[in-house]
Design a protein around this ligand. Structure first.
Ligand code: PLP
Length: 394
């Protein structure tokens, strides 16, 4: 059976080189890196090297600025809660309406606990009005938090520029960037930026699930989320997951080497898929409209057709994609990101995200372009919106 995996923003295949690099740390160098015998030394050396690799991957000046975590959600929670905890007298946060639920729902929770949150809108292309964001910065603003790339549409946000401008308004305000969907897709370089904290997740760039990292700029105080031993310089207790950390560092090196491929070949495949769908399926409309997009993602709405049905029929043909973020698909709630963009109800419920990776082939795209039109035609016949579809489809 054919398998075409176009859901790489949900998670990615673990690269074979990553699996290979991890194996010795399960069966040979499995000791606790804080112990003193030789095999522990191998583990602690691997931890040290991995930290250097991750610092290089993110452009951090010092490996000590890297904290290993278990996932992107933990990185975000640690940064946000940790920074607010050390700055308790400030009660204002600025964020966007299109953040991932691990950030969005945390801010909703903080709102209930007495924080004032300014939720900044995006326009119909998904782009952010930066001047609008800056108008909100005041002396009480503890934190500004903007994602680097959106998981559903791929839109890139100019976080360097935003952090710079925020600090001009209030140098004490901290800036957190959720870069989970940027890592491995576009260069990340915190050096010479005013970003204080930036989170990533291994499983989005061909490392396993269960490992992530948080960059915390030297001098930025955060209180720990997990209290216990003194691992990670007291910022995150718990014995380090050495095999997974080694895996993530290996994946980061591979991603760095493959970045050129991502920005050219993967982008060309994504564009081919996007143009092919938009030209062959009459009720399709592009939701990923921003000029600034990661190279692997497109989001397309199919008017008057239910997205979950499209996904099920694609699944029958061996094609995997998604109708929202991995966390919201499975519920029939329409995407908060597309709603914020003002995507009309006619295509909101029938929007599909296709996300490619360096393992996506020309044949995968060709196969999808062959199968999808027939699926949409079939579903159009059973849609309750026959009159509207007849007008569009002719
Ligand atoms: N941030 C963004 C933009 C994401 O897309 C995701 C996962 O989809 C996360 C954070 C959470 O990452 P994790 O699944 O590693 O917790």
């Amino acid at each position: 059976m054919t398998l075409v995996y176009l859901d790489n923003n949900a998670t990615t295949m673990v690269a074979p080189e990553v699996v290979e690099a991890m194996l010795p740390y399960f069966s040979q160098n499995y000791a606790n890196p804080s112990s003193i015998y030789d095999i522990a030394h191998n583990a602690s050396e691997a931890l040290k090297e991995s930290r250097e690799v991750m610092a290089d991957f993110l452009g951090a000046a010092n490996p000590k600025e890297i904290i290993f975590t278990s996932c992107g959600s933990e990185s975000a929670n640690m940064a946000i809660k940790g920074a607010l905890e050390v700055n308790r007298n400030k009660k204002h946060i600025i964020t966007t309406k299109i953040e991932h639920p691990c950030v969005l729902n945390l801010y909703k929770d903080l709102e209930k606990k007495g924080y004032r949150v300014s939720w900044i809108d995006v326009d119909k292309n998904g782009d952010l009005n930066i001047s609008r964001l800056l108008e909100e910065v005041c002396s009480d603003t503890a934190l500004v938090s903007v994602m680097m790339a959106n998981n559903e549409t791929g839109t890139i946000y100019p976080v360097d520029k935003i952090s710079e401008a925020v600090k001009m308004q209030n140098p004490e305000t901290k800036v957190f960037v959720d870069a989970v969907q940027a890592a491995g897709k576009i260069p990340i370089n915190v050096k010479n930026t005013k970003i204080d904290m930036l989170g990533i997740s291994g499983h989005k760039f061909h490392a396993p699930k269960g490992v992530g990292a948080l960059y915390v700029k030297t001098g930025t105080m955060i209180s720990p989320l997990i209290i216990g031993g003194h691992q990670e310089r007291g910022k995150r207790a718990g014995t380090e997951n050495v095999p997974y950390i080694v895996g993530m560092a290996t994946a980061a090196k591979l991603a760095k080497d493959a970045l050129e491929d991502e920005l050219t070949r993967v982008k060309a495949l994504r564009d081919k898929l996007e143009k092919g769908i938009l030209s062959s399926i009459k009720n399709s409309v592009l939701n990923s409209k921003s000029k600034n997009r990661v190279p692997n993602t497109t989001n397309i709405g199919f008017q008057y057709i239910e997205g979950e049905l499209i996904l099920l029929h694609m699944n029958d043909e061996g094609i995997c994609a998604s109708s929202g973020s991995a966390c919201t698909s499975g519920s029939l709630e329409p995407s908060h990101v597309l709603r914020a963009q003002g995507v009309p109800f006619t295509s909101l419920h029938g929007s599909i995200r296709f996300s490619l990776s360096r393992y996506t082939t020309e044949a995968d795209v060709q196969y999808t372009l062959e199968k999808l039109p027939a699926i949409i035609t079939k579903l159009a016949k059973i849609s309750p919106f026959q009159k509207e579809l007849a007008e569009i489809m002719g």
